[in-house]
Design a binder for this molecule. Structure first.
Ligand code: NAP
Length: 269
């Protein structure tokens, strides 16, 4: 464990933490001293494995199942967290899915599923966390802020994405939800920000990196010349959750190897 713990004594909930980015964020927060809830929905064995890894590294973690798009399950997850750790200091709204298809064949069910998980899920978790932040207020020994929310967005809150209209819409929605929440809550000393990952090597985008041909094609979109790793996002999440970023409010921190730099224009368009 890191000897200069930035999140000592704080409790963090990471949604969708049994895989990919959420897994790395949960481990990074725990490595900096946070007590972590590893949320999952379908694969308890993977969540238990994350909890075991954190405990073996000297941290504290517990796995809690909840579908983030289900109001009652979200409320029950927060109650279980309070029964275990007493409160919440950091929420990482990370759970997200893709259901890709051309627009003309996109079913209403797939449109709604993606919006329900990626956008409504973040609203439901943020609302529960904010209730607790407002009730509890600031505990100076732990943090200058009354609470921190990190929304996992994407470069697709900015870059349109053909064939992924439901996903890109959910990320565009997260952008405005995050900024509106931040405007409303900053006076109450609650910080709300987003991380906008570029292409990170996780199961969600396996077809984009699993063969050398696919990876080379992907790399043409990334000026920095490598695919991102979940740990790249974990480090950014620790900073955004810590008092080191205390003056950062309502911002998306893009962690994308330069994907937003329009690399197609690097040779004069
Ligand atoms: P991933 O490995 O597929 O992980 C997705 C996670 O979300 C899993 O833990 C999954 O849990 C969880 N989840 C799905 N539906 C859920 C629900 N209804 N309730 C609770 N948890 C649910 O994908 P990832 O790449 O780590 O993605 C994490 C986040 O980063 C997403 O919001 C994604 O949009 C965003 N992102 C990823 C990339 C990238 O390149 N990888 C880029 C930009 C943004 P189960 O396994 O239990 O279903």
């Amino acid at each position: 464990m890191n000897p200069n713990l930035k999140l000592k004594g704080q409790s963090a909930l990471v949604t969708g933490a049994n895989s990919g980015i959420g897994l790395a964020v949960a481990k990074a927060l725990a490595n900096d001293g946070a007590n972590v809830v590893v949320n999952y929905v379908t694969r308890p064995e993977d969540a238990d494995e994350v909890v075991n890894q954190i405990k073996n590294d000297g941290g504290n973690a517990v796995a809690i199942r909840a579908d983030v798009s289900n109001e009652q399950q979200v409320q029950s997850m927060f109650q279980q967290m309070y029964d275990t750790y007493g409160t919440i200091d950091i929420l990482v709204n990370n759970a997200g899915i893709q259901k890709d298809s051309p627009l003309e064949s996109m079913s209403l069910a797939d449109w709604q599923l993606v919006l329900n998980v990626n956008l409504t899920g973040q609203f439901l978790c943020a609302r529960e966390a904010v209730k607790e932040f407002l009730k509890r207020g600031i505990i100076k020994e732990r943090s200058c802020a009354a609470g921190k929310i990190i929304c996992m967005s994407s470069v697709h809150e900015v870059i349109p994405w053909a064939g992924h209209v439901n996903y890109a819409t959910s990320k565009g929605g997260i952008h405005m939800m995050m900024q509106s929440m931040s405007q409303e809550l900053a006076p109450k000393k609650i910080r709300v920000n987003s991380i906008g990952p570029g292409a990170i090597q996780t199961p969600i985008n396996k077809p984009a990196w699993e063969t050398p041909e696919a990876l080379n094609k992907l790399l043409t979109l990334i000026p920095y010349g490598r695919i991102g790793q979940p740990e790249d996002i974990g480090k950014a999440a620790v900073w955004l959750a810590s008092d080191e970023s205390d003056y950062v409010n309502g911002t998306t921190l893009f962690v994308d190897g330069g994907m937003l730099l329009y690399p197609g224009f690097s040779t004069n368009g």
